[in-house]
Design a protein. Structure first.
Length: 125
């Protein structure tokens, strides 16, 4: 069976969901299933073998956030988005992930629910 496991990364924080999903993917692979684990937004922080190793981050957290908060960034050319959304910048953002406040990302959540009509539509391509 082919399985896709999408797991929201928590940056530098240890996250119970990350550990649970990582253990689930490892167990499914041991049972012979073909499982792809894809981190969402930020990298995972684990103290065990990362089952998502080598898989790019889906919905890069930096690009998603800036796409919501800046009209200029939504219209920025791809080369700027690639630099700003680079692995180095993503790791820096991940180190600050615990500083996010729920009230600061409400509009982002609504925009994400709009899918292709939301401010993060470029991340879908």
């Amino acid at each position: 069976v082919n399985i896709l496991q999408i797991t929201p990364g928590a940056g530098k924080m240890f996250c119970g969901n990350c550990f649970r999903d990582n253990a689930l993917v490892a167990a499914l692979r041991r049972e012979g299933h073909d499982v792809l684990m894809v981190p969402l937004y930020l990298p995972l922080t684990l103290d065990e073998d990362d089952q998502s190793a080598g898989t790019p981050i889906f919905f890069n957290g930096v690009n998603v956030y800036l796409g919501q908060s800046s009209l200029f960034y939504r219209r920025a050319p791809g080369w700027i988005r690639r630099i700003v959304g680079s692995e180095r910048v993503l790791k820096w953002a991940a180190s600050r992930a615990g500083k996010t406040r729920a009230e600061d990302v409400g509009d982002l959540t609504i925009s994400m629910l709009h899918g292709e009509e939301g401010n993060q539509s470029r991340e879908l391509t």
